[in-house]
Write a protein that binds this ligand. Sequence first.
Ligand code: NDP
Length: 330
Amino acid sequence: NKKILLNKRPHGKPTRNDFKISSEEVPIPNDNEVLLKTLYVSVDPYLRGRMNEAKSYVPPFELNKPLQSGIIAEVMESKQADFKKGDFVSGNLEWKEYQTSNGKGLHKVTQNEAKLSSYLGVLGMTGLTAYLGLTEIGLPKKGETLVVSGAGGAVGTVVGQVGKLLGCTVIGLTGSDEKVDLLTATFNFDHAINYKTTPNLKEAIKSTCPNGVDIYFDNVGGEISDAVVANINKYARLPVCGAISLYNETEVPVGPRLQPIILTKSATMRGFIISDFAEKFPAATKQLSAWLKENKLTSSETIVEGFDNIPQAFIDLFEGKNKGKMIVKI
Ligand code: NDP
């Protein structure tokens, strides 16, 4: 029964050496517990923050203890009234092949409506983040211009598609020509820009958004966001969802001061953590499932195989190796 522990806290970009694979006996469930077998593991950029010592909105991972993330598991044995052998569940679980649980925080999922891995992506945390961040903070209106950074990833691909369904013109920023093509061909984006090869991003956004930017859904922060913010319209809304370009920085970088733009454009810049909207999850999931069923929403996943490859799949998020949601299949 293999498990993955935090070996040391990363300095800058995470490396394989920050993780350690070890093993233990398969546990025996006590009364009121279930034995779970891990099937799919979500790797997410926010886990990088939990690898630091510093306290954030979730406590840091402990050294020499297993890391945790969203996991889909199968119930192998149950001494718990709410679950039976053969059920599938999702929950925030440890990076172990097998583990026991008292059932707290586990949600049953089925393969009836969508494939199991969807509950880590489009119908899971990242889909909800995209939908609720956009609708609750971005407040999209028909005909508006929406720019999304990190557009080729789990959150970004859903933000762009939902933006289109709600009548916006959608522009995505991403890090490869392959993803640029994917965004316009598969995900219905109006335009996409490769931020790595575009010499003057601010000017490129200006010419791609002739009516200015009404909503900027920010997944990355840093210089990319500076270039977008320079192009916002009066009353623009800026949901600050993530800042992946800054997660591996060892010192806080200094950029242009954005306050005068936010001020003079009467713009609203608002950060959020998806749990802020917990009471809206059922309605949001219902809407996302309906769109998925009607083929109005395309789910995109990069599936890496093998338990030992969880750390590398996580590291690869910072290299942009994923298209859509990065998931490890065990
Ligand atoms: P993604 O699937 O988007 O994967 C990360 C992507 O980020 C990579 O594929 C890469 O794409 C891009 N990236 C990596 N390094 C950089 C960099 N230095 N500058 C710009 N882009 C970079 O991840 P998620 O969709 O899961 O998450 C997207 C963002 O949303 C993250 O910042 C995450 O922390 C945040 N988030 C926030 C939540 C909340 O509750 N607020 C919940 C879930 C996610 P590319 O090839 O385009 O560079």
